[in-house]
Design a protein around this ligand. Structure first.
Ligand code: MTE
Ligand code: MO
Length: 553
């Protein structure tokens, strides 16, 4: 009981917290929806993603990795493709996190009020909105890609948060204050007209309507923008100058992959994606150029045209893989890359003798260091601008990314915005977060399929096609072996790879036997070095161990 304005106010005892949380959650949904709409309309930073990205950047590396691991394990547990679902899961996680923080903020606010026995005035919601919104807005501001004045963005976001706070307190008051304790004439009239359940239903319906409408319109706008950007990117470059990949170099190989083996060539839209932010980075080609500065005698600022036209294009079938992949990974894909040899470009900037490294920076805040000796030793290292004969899609690094044979993706910046030639070594983004400094691809082999349904008879035997991939970075594969139920290793047949830097498709036709069986695969590098069989997790240097598949037949 508390005297306020000469009237008695009576709060529903322990229900207050839950009702505060309910109010916070009820209004957090439309808040999220409206922020999403503003993001699509005027490129406002979307606070749930911006906040999530901020956390991922400032938290200690092991904690971030732990979070990512948890998510990947979760996806695998429910049998989802990590390559396809990871970003979506992350985005949903970011929105849920924001939602629960909003709920928690409201509950804490209510707890504070109850503790102090204050009867909240509607305007006290401004405090709630400011306390929750201010850090969110401040963290979000630098994440936006908007051309709108940052002050306007800040005010716009704060306005939404303040409205949310005021709304929360209003809803809370309506839910938590017993009607006999209402304060103003207005409230008493209000309470007479609708009861608490009706109020909740109406509020819920209104909140849901705003959420669905703003989310839906935002979604449509987002799709339209994606199409627009894709078109813009397609028009940013003279595709006709890029070699089409033509027929596959191994088109005549008689060994057909076992049915169910992943495609040997990954279509661009199916290529796995990994990037540190919640959303891909879009680089506006109208204002983009590549400065190469630092310890050079002839600093250059190259346009995309320069890189494409001044240097002999190099084409290469390339398998790229991610160090976070587990045994049996699907964070691995094979594409046709085109770019300019970094050796040739560096020759033009005239690197000084004392220089030892390149520091490559990216539009999303990512960076990596590349040893100049490595570049000098391999002319294939390139700054790539095309995949499958077209500009690299914006999720994959438009307009420019580097390729370093034999290394995991984490060493290979996309969305390159600058190259500095330096003498001092500096750890890259993921290296700072306790991943491997070298990140050389670990040799791995995967059973994609035990094609029980494709069982067939040949020369008096009944055979089951089994197949998959083997990959050893730039070191090549000489042998793949399969073992059934711990028996002897039997050699699989290998299909000629698309290039010396792609995975190899293998196939083993196994004499069928009824029952439960465990299949295992291992491989050897071109020089005979066997795949590491010891089970070791992906961190810090990439997973090792044998891939197994159990099948009942
Ligand atoms: N700028 C930038 N480059 C990046 C990353 C990133 O987050 N930002 N991720 C790296 C990682 S960990 C991998 S595995 C590859 C993935 O490239 P893809 O998404 O085109 O498959 O990009 C690498 N380059
Ligand atoms: Mo990666």
């Amino acid at each position: 009981m508390k005297r306020l304005l000469g009237q008695t106010v009576n709060y529903v005892g322990s229900w207050g917290l839950a009702q505060g949380a309910l109010a916070g959650g009820l209004l957090a949904a439309p808040l999220i929806g409206l922020m999403y709409l503003l993001d699509q309309l005027a490129k406002f930073p979307f606070a749930p993603f911006a906040f999530f990205d901020w956390i991922a950047r400032v938290l200690p590396g092991p904690l971030v990795t732990f979070g990512i691991d948890l998510m990947i394990d979760g996806l695998r547990l429910v049998g989802m493709s990590v390559a396809a679902a990871a970003k979506t899961a992350e985005q949903i996680g970011a929105i849920l996190l924001f939602f629960f923080l909003a709920v928690a903020a409201t509950a804490v606010f209510v707890a504070f009020i109850k503790l102090r026995s204050i009867a909240p005035k509607p305007t006290s919601g401004l405090v709630l909105g400011a306390v929750f919104g201010l850090p969110m807005a401040l963290v979000s501001l630098p994440m936006g890609q908007s051309t709108v004045n940052p002050a306007i963005i800040f005010l716009g976001l704060m306005l939404l948060f303040l409205l949310w706070g005021v709304g929360c307190v209003q809803v809370y008051r309506r839910l938590a204050i017993k009607s006999d304790g209402l304060v103003t004439e207005d409230e008493i009239r209000w309470a007479r007209n609708i009861n608490r359940r009706q109020f909740l239903i109406r509020m819920g319906a209104a909140a849901a309507t705003i959420t669905v409408l703003s989310g839906g319109v935002g979604g449509v706008l987002a799709q339209r923008e994606r199409r627009q950007l894709t078109q813009e990117i397609a028009g940013s470059m003279d595709d006709s100058a890029i070699d089409p990949k033509g027929p596959f170099p191994n088109a005549n190989d008689p060994l057909m992959p076992a049915p169910g083996t992943r495609p040997e060539f990954t279509e661009v839209e199916d290529h796995y994606q990994v990037f540190l932010r919640t959303q891909p980075t879009f680089i506006d080609i109208a204002t983009w150029s590549l400065p190469i500065t630092g310890l050079v005698d002839n600093p250059l600022v190259l346009s995309l045209d320069d890189i494409q036209n001044n240097y002999e294009p190099r084409n290469q079938y390339i398998t790229l893989s991610c160090i976070s992949g587990r045994i049996g990974t699907d964070l691995i894909s094979t594409q046709w890359w085109t770019g300019a040899s970094l050796q040739k470009i560096l020759a033009d900037v005239q690197v000084r003798p004392e220089a030892r490294y390149l520091i490559i920076t990216s539009g999303d805040g990512f960076y990596e260091t590349v040893d100049l000796d490595l570049i000098a030793s391999d002319e294939r290292i390139m700054l790539a601008y095309a995949w499958d004969g077209h500009p690299i899609p914006f999720d994959h690094g438009f307009p420019l990314r580097i390729w370093l044979p034999d290394l995991y993706g984490m060493k290979q910046p996309k969305w390159i915005t600058g190259i500095e030639v330096v003498e001092e070594y500096k750890q890259g983004y993921w290296v700072e977060r306790s991943w491997s400094e070298v990140a050389q691809v670990k040799t791995t082999s995967v059973i994609d399929t035990v094609a029980v349904k494709e069982i067939y008879d040949s020369e008096g035997q009944t055979l089951v096609p089994i197949g998959g991939i083997a990959f050893a970075g730039g070191r090549g594969i000489s042998k793949v072996e399969v073992r059934v139920d711990g028996g002897p290793w039997a050699e699989a047949r290998l299909r000629t790879p698309l290039s010396e830097t792609t995975w190899v498709i293998w196939r083993y036709d196994w004499p069928f036997a009824e029952g439960n069986h465990t299949f295992e695969v291992r491989c050897s590098e071109a020089d005979g070095t066997p795949q590491i069989e010891e089970d070791r997790g992906n961190r810090p240097s990439g997973a090792t161990g044998l891939h197994r598949r159990k099948t009942r037949m």
